[in-house]
Design a protein around this ligand. Structure first.
Ligand SMILES: C[S@@+](CC[C@H](N)C(=O)[O-])C[C@H]1O[C@@H](n2cnc3c(N)ncnc32)[C@H](O)[C@@H]1O
Length: 218
């Protein structure tokens, strides 16, 4: 598996984790986890039969059918989650992810959730906090000129400021994040300069990014 993004997600998984790969698509992450003995057990699921067929074919090609069961399911709806403790939700949008996680009864045994959402990390962090998960770690992976944020949530309660919800409570304190925030800063500066009139939200975001960058470069 070549994807740096998927490898980074895999690095958040421990050998005692019983994992559900929700929205597995091609199944490459599940295969990688089993091939590298990264988890205790795994279930690969997807809402889409064509996607799951791709996963099933890839799993068969590697002769891993016995180790990677598959299931068609909208989120966790058709899955008995009781014997699993970890979820992976990657490559989906925040709305879909939060909808999947709104099925509370399915989360009783889940104490770790690894998420790579394609958008709206403020709402994602806020939503996970609301259902009883806090952020233990966050990571930026840059691949093909795209920044992916991967977040490890574990069960627990805390309070985050709106700055932390927007930019990441762990990331804003990691020196290695500075280039990511600089890219964000220039991106929003360009957006601001193209707008016909001042947009307060963008102006505030730029100010906050500058503050984060200055703090990291101290
Ligand atoms: C862009 S792919 C990401 C695949 C893989 N997780 C990754 O990160 O490379 C998104 C996958 O999520 C699946 N998906 C979307 N909504 C879903 C839902 N409600 N339940 C399960 N799978 C879903 C799609 O069918 C698709 O295969």
């Amino acid at each position: 598996m070549k994807s740096l993004r998927l490898k980074a997600i895999a690095n958040f998984i421990d050998s005692h984790d019983a994992v559900i790969d929700v929205g597995c698509d091609h199944g490459l992450l599940s295969i990688y986890l089993v091939e590298h003995q990264k988890c205790f057990k795994i279930l690969a699921s997807d809402i889409n039969q064509n996607a799951l067929n791709n996963a099933i074919n890839n799993i068969k090609r590697k002769h891993l059918e016995a180790k990677i069961p598959t299931i068609i399911s909208d989120g966790l709806n058709s899955i008995n989650t009781k014997s699993f403790n970890t979820l992976i939700l990657s490559g989906m949008g925040t709305t879909t992810i939060l909808k999947i996680l709104s099925n509370k009864s399915k989360l009783l045994s889940i104490n770790k959730i690894i998420i790579q959402s394609n958008n709206n990390l403020f709402e994602l962090r806020k939503g996970l906090l609301k259902i009883g998960y806090l952020i233990e770690d966050e990571l930026i992976v840059r691949e093909n000129n795209i920044d992916y944020i991967i977040i490890k949530f574990i069960k627990g309660k805390t309070i985050y400021t709106s700055l932390e919800l927007e930019f990441g409570p762990i990331l804003i304190n990691k020196k290695s994040s500075v280039n990511y925030y600089k890219r964000q800063y220039y991106k929003y500066l360009e957006i601001k300069n193209k707008l016909p009139k001042e947009n307060l939200e963008i102006v505030n975001r730029i100010k906050n990014l500058k503050k984060i960058i200055n703090n990291l470069e101290k």
